[in-house]
Design a protein around this ligand. Structure first.
Ligand SMILES: NC(=O)c1ccc[n+]([C@@H]2O[C@H](COP(=O)([O-])OP(=O)(O)OC[C@H]3O[C@@H](n4cnc5c(N)ncnc54)[C@H](OP(=O)(O)O)[C@@H]3O)[C@@H](O)[C@H]2O)c1
Length: 323
């Protein structure tokens, strides 16, 4: 397939490194800024550079589009790409809420096009291995403790703090722990949450607790303070720790006394983004309308939970009104 990239920001670089490493066709880059587009084209060996997203989407040589703009543009950019007949892989969060996410997936399916949220954690060989084998390693999971907290510089215009760009910790990093909890424990029976608001009105730091019949998940997320940034599963036979769980190559298996038993490692072939791309390629070739590793129904369920969490906080985005 011939790839077009929409937006030449941070993550577009990581994705394009993987595209190049996989030797897939880098057809075109679209940026709002021609000099950025040209520099990006040169670095990653794209054939063409455009100074507008519309020009990229009008290029008939582009079969599929990777969307790497801030959250609040995803809905519009995915819709436009689908309207131009492109398969789409869009950065997380694919939309601001579950209503919009549902519309996107339904629209893609109605056009016989594949739409995948680029939630790379779900495509990672380590995640997939743990999901399959966790019972053999630690027995029944009792608790999951997950943190994704980092201290970013406060900047009201940065997408992380800008409410008009879908800012806040929940949609940026919180989506990973919530996805992890859903993947390993399923949908919670109930939850509770507390949040501190930033000066710009987005969520800065929060705790989210999920309750199941015999299990709990405790999640902490922040864009304003550093945290351990790991996931710890405690089972009835052992413990697994996954440092930097969202893109990890290694997990550590301990007994219940925290003696290290084993390192479980899957080394990336490139930078970790190759797996979502390989899966996307295969799904299009196999004419699938849903990703086997990150199904629409699962993504939408996560968005429903994120919506419920935000409802408790009373946080809405101006850009989500009208979906
Ligand atoms: N999967 C991951 O590991 C991962 C990591 C980081 C981010 N992400 C996701 O990727 C998306 C982009 O994040 P990023 O960190 O790459 O952001 P970024 O560095 O700010 O880049 C976003 C790009 O979007 C374009 N854009 C269009 N309108 C914009 C506006 N009004 N303000 C700012 N940028 C605008 C710009 O590209 P042009 O100027 O070139 O048009 C900009 O460079 C987010 O949704 C985020 O959640 C995913």
């Amino acid at each position: 397939m011939r790839y077009g990239i929409l937006g030449a920001g941070n993550i577009a670089h990581a994705f394009s490194t993987a595209l190049k490493g996989l030797n897939l066709t880098r057809e075109a880059i679209g940026s709002r800024d021609m000099s950025r587009a040209l520099a990006f084209k040169k670095t990653y060996g794209f054939k063409k550079a455009y100074d507008s997203y519309d020009a990229l989407l009008d290029d008939e040589a582009v079969d599929c589009v990777y969307i790497a703009t801030p959250h609040s543009f995803h809905f519009e950019h995915v819709m436009k790409a689908l309207d131009k007949g492109k398969h789409v892989i869009c950065e997380k969060p694919i939309a601001l809420n579950h209503v919009a996410a549902t519309k996107l997936y339904e629209y893609a399916a109605s056009l016989n096009l594949l739409l995948v949220e680029a939630l790379w954690t779900k495509f990672s060989p380590l995640t997939i291995h743990l999901k399959t084998n966790i019972y053999d390693y630690i027995g029944n999971i009792k608790t999951l403790t997950v943190d994704f907290s980092f201290k970013g510089d406060f900047d009201p215009n940065n997408r992380l703090y800008n409410i008009h760009l879908g800012g806040g910790a929940l949609l940026d990093v919180g989506i990973y722990p919530v996805t992890y909890a859903n993947l390993f424990l399923g949908k919670p029976k109930s939850f509770k949450t507390e949040m501190t608001l930033s000066k710009t009105g987005v969520d800065e730091t929060s705790t989210i607790d999920y309750f199941y019949d015999n299990q709990t998940a405790h999640m902490t997320i922040s864009i304003a303070q550093d945290g351990p940034r790991d996931a710890i599963f405690k089972g009835d036979k052992g413990i697994i720790k996954v440092p930097f769980f969202w893109g990890a190559e290694t997990a550590y298996l301990y007994d219940l006394d925290m003696n290290l038993i084993k390192e479980i490692t899957f080394k990336n072939k490139i930078n970790g983004y190759e797996y979502e791309i390989e899966s996307f390629e295969k799904s299009v070739k196999d004419r699938l309308l849903d990703s086997p590793f990150h199904k629409a129904i699962d993504a939408i369920e996560v968005f429903k939970q994120l919506d419920q969490i935000r409802a408790i906080w009373g946080l809405t985005y101006p850009e989500e009104r009208g979906y």
